[in-house]
Design a protein around this ligand. Structure first.
Ligand code: DC
Length: 221
């Protein structure tokens, strides 16, 4: 199977770009952040303390099923049989995902599922540790990034378009903090694999970014 790993910081456009590139190449697109979000939702629903790694880990040893299915070519997430694909997109779910993703037991729990998906499908898998931990033998590894300012500007525009009142400076400082947390955590920190190709989208638009990724994959496969 052909496996492409795309890692990078929040707001680099990984999911939008990966989804388009996968459609163009005829591969499936696997969004691993959705797995962490689903576990985050499970932990929240159980009322476990998000600041306690032990409580988070105990949810996984209970009666829990996390499934990833493709319906009409789209990834859907199921928690104990319920389709939670939309429920994992709230700001609370993002926060819970970020907390659970720092717990080793959660990463171990989700590792096999990610490996199995990659073994059975030609895929583009995106996340934070795909090239470094999950698929170290991926045929092509890309580290997709952009400056904090460029990513904050995009995120700011999205939020304003959704009618939210935010300040650019706050979006930027959140972005810088999240980068720091993601790249300094003890387990599976966000890090470019030594053999990953660096793609920087700071000065190019979405269409150009998609073209860059497709070209990079085709040239390196
Ligand atoms: O990409 P996202 O925002 O949906 O990711 C949700 C959270 O999960 C985020 O805090 C980073 C974490 N994550 C991770 O630790 N490893 C991955 N492979 C994917 C996401």
């Amino acid at each position: 199977m052909i496996n492409i790993a795309i890692d990078g910081p929040a707001g680099a456009g990984k999911s939008t770009i990966s989804k388009k590139a996968a459609a163009e190449l005829g591969y499936i697109y696997i969004d691993t952040g959705a797995l962490y979000r689903t576990v985050g939702l499970a932990v929240t629903r159980k009322g476990a303390d998000l600041s306690s790694p032990e409580e988070i880990a105990s949810v996984l040893t209970g009666d829990i099923s996390v499934e990833l299915k493709f319906i009409d070519g789209e990834q859907r997430m199921f928690l104990n049989g319920e389709d939670v694909s939309n429920k994992i997109r709230t700001p609370e779910a993002s926060l819970a995902a970020s907390k659970v993703s720092a717990v080793p037991a959660v990463r171990t729990y989700l590792f096999d599922l990610q490996k199995k998906m990659a073994k059975e499908n030609n895929c583009i898998m995106d996340g934070r540790d795909i090239g470094t931990v999950v698929l170290p033998d991926a045929q092509v590894k890309i580290f997709l990034t952009a400056s904090p300012q460029a990513r904050a500007k995009r995120r700011y525009k999205e939020l304003i378009e959704k009618g939210m009142e935010v300040k650019y400076e706050d979006v930027l400082s959140d972005m810088i903090k999240r980068d720091y947390d993601d790249s300094h955590r003890a387990i599976a920190p966000l890090k470019k694999a030594d053999d990953a190709i660096l793609c920087d989208t700071s000065d190019i638009d979405l269409e150009q970014s998609i073209e860059l990724i497709i070209r990079t994959i085709r040239e390196n496969i």
